[in-house]
Design a protein around this ligand. Structure first.
Ligand code: FES
Length: 158
């Protein structure tokens, strides 16, 4: 059960785009930007408010890979495992992050909700391989050691 403030925020976002069926994607994008994920309760709420079925809203949200129904950490680390990054040893970076943060291929987010670690197939920056991003900021030529320094830096921000 979500707190009331989530529905208030959703109302604000719906108002800003207009209560129209065609505003579904921009509305749920803004909700995801706000919470770093798309709470399923809010997707149902938005569907009702703009007059579409829940099934339709779910089919749109699941069609786009960018929408996530799972809560994510404050820092979303995406490790590229596309071909260029893979041959330049992206895997040891991923293994390092998993070990350091107590994560695995089935557990992506730390319990303190600080970090989420995901893999992606190509970040479009192959010349800088191996690459990772933290909340869309690109970090080139990474190594496990540099990833360790980056974690320390991000933790230091807290
Ligand atoms: S393969 Fe990693 S950026 Fe393209």
């Amino acid at each position: 059960m979500l707190e009331q403030s989530f529905y208030q925020k959703a109302d604000e976002i719906i108002e800003s785009h207009g209560r129209m069926q065609r505003a579904l994607i921009p509305i749920i994008q803004d909700i995801q930007n706000e919470y770093r994920y798309l709470p399923p309760e809010l997707l149902s709420y938005v569907a009702k408010e703009i007059g579409i079925t829940e099934a339709k809203a779910y089919s749109v949200a699941t069609f786009y890979e960018n929408f996530s129904f799972d809560p994510k950490g404050k820092y979303i680390i995406k490790v590229c495992d596309g071909t260029a990054c893979h041959v330049r040893k992206s895997l040891p970076i991923l293994e390092y992050l998993h070990k350091e943060l107590g994560l695995s291929k089935d557990k992506h987010t730390t319990d303190d909700m600080l970090f989420t670690v995901e893999t992606v197939s190509c970040l479009g920056a192959c010349g800088l391989a191996p690459v990772l991003t933290v909340n869309e900021k690109v970090y080139p030529a990474m190594t496990p050691e540099k990833a360790g320094e980056l974690l320390a830096e991000l933790r230091g921000d807290e």
